[in-house]
Write a protein that binds this ligand. Structure first.
Ligand SMILES: [Zn+2]
Length: 118
């Protein structure tokens, strides 16, 4: 979102513009009454979903797949409960499980070949 006063890009949780100091007005500003707000698609769930897909794409490289799926899972859990929410969490869990099992398989395989050298 952007500052209505000066147009500068703002952080999602910003209360005041850090450029001009204007108070940030949310689209649905209802006196901080969060209870009646409809969940709306935020950036987090999209990122979580993309990370989930990425973690499935790179799970064969646990060094990359593990952090991606963990970040994606955290973002997915924190995000609003929109359609993508569940899909993002499931994708990241699958990516995480695949990466972890590959880690174990890899270390077990390494252990076996190490033993056979001795
Ligand atoms: Zn501003």
């Amino acid at each position: 979102m952007f500052c209505k006063n000066c147009g500068r890009e703002l952080k999602d949780d910003a209360k005041f513009c850090d450029n001009c100091g204007a108070k940030v007005v949310f689209k649905h500003a209802n006196n901080d009454d969060d209870e009646n707000e409809k969940p709306e698609c935020d950036g987090k769930v999209t990122i979580a979903f993309v990370l989930g897909i990425s973690s499935l794409a790179v799970w064969t490289l646990p060094v990359i797949g593990l952090p991606i799926s963990i970040i994606g899972l955290v973002l997915g859990v924190k995000s609003n409960k929109v359609k993508l929410h569940t899909a993002a969490i499931i994708l990241n869990i699958i990516g995480l499980v695949l990466s972890i099992s590959l880690c174990f398989a890899g270390s077990f395989w390494g252990y076996l070949s190490y033993k056979s050298i001795l």
